[in-house]
Design a protein around this ligand. Structure first.
Ligand code: AP5
Length: 207
């Protein structure tokens, strides 16, 4: 069975955490526009660099992101897509380049989202994700996996996190409504431990 899984959710809902687990479990590509853009923050495009949009919590222009997704999905047999589509135009583009086997929304309350975002720390070397309270490293400030330094993402300040949530409500909720209207959206309660949330998602994918 092919696994072409789309994981939707607000900033901080746990898309990155769960997508990595799913990609591992099913041996498929983890396609994440956020990571791809962070790796190419200073790339010159006709709209400016991705950095200028990301640091303001705004969406990077569609043509830049569409190209990244099309190249990453390519002819892949399976993938977990995280961070895309974020508006209806991107959703339309996605439907032109691939079919999906599962569309899952991670539901998390807004104040929990803000706590998760402002407490997140990421490894500067390997990109592993931590949280100062919910998923602390064994030694504060040091990555368990590679010993790298843990840093706060530039867009994880409370002000930018709230801006990103506003962008999500304005642009991405219509995408969620679109999949809900099509009858393909499955909502999963994202407020539990990462392992419990993963078990819930797995049940959906395998049912
Ligand atoms: P992106 O990197 O995609 O950020 P996001 O959607 O805002 O999502 P996050 O990475 O912040 O959160 P997440 O849901 O992955 O949660 P995570 O698992 O890390 O995008 C960043 C920027 O890039 C955008 O603002 C935009 O500028 C640009 N961009 C990206 N895609 C784009 C697109 N398609 N179009 C245009 N622009 C685009 O978890 C968060 C924290 O919570 C972590 O600390 C984690 O440890 C913790 N946590 C996770 N799960 C749990 C749990 N179950 N319990 C307790 N803590 C948990």
């Amino acid at each position: 069975m092919s696994h072409r899984i789309l994981l939707l959710g607000a900033p901080g809902a746990g898309k990155g955490t769960q997508s990595a687990k799913l990609a591992d479990a099913y041996g498929v590509e983890h396609v994440t526009t956020g990571d791809a853009l962070r790796a190419n923050k200073d790339m010159e495009t006709e709209y400016g660099t991705p950095r200028s949009f990301m640091e303001a919590g705004e969406l990077v222009p569609d043509p830049v992101v569409n190209e990244i997704v099309e190249a990453a999905i390519g002819d892949a047999d399976g993938f977990v897509l995280d961070g895309y589509p974020r508006n209806l135009d991107q959703a339309e583009y996605l439907s032109e380049i691939t079919d999906l086997d599962a569309v899952i929304l991670l539901d998390v309350d807004e104040e929990v989202l803000v706590d998760r975002l402002t407490g997140r720390r990421v490894c500067d070397d390997c990109g592993a994700n931590y949280h100062v309270d919910f998923q602390p490293p064994e030694e504060p400030g040091v990555c368990d996996e590679c010993g790298g330094e843990l840093i706060q993402r530039e867009d994880d300040t409370e002000e930018t996190a709230r801006e990103r949530l506003d962008v999500f409500y304005d642009n991405t909720e219509p995408v969620i409504d679109h999949f809900r209207d099509e009858g393909v959206l499955v909502e999963v309660d994202g407020e539990a431990t990462p392992d419990e949330v993963f078990a819930r998602i797995r049940d959906v994918v395998e049912s």
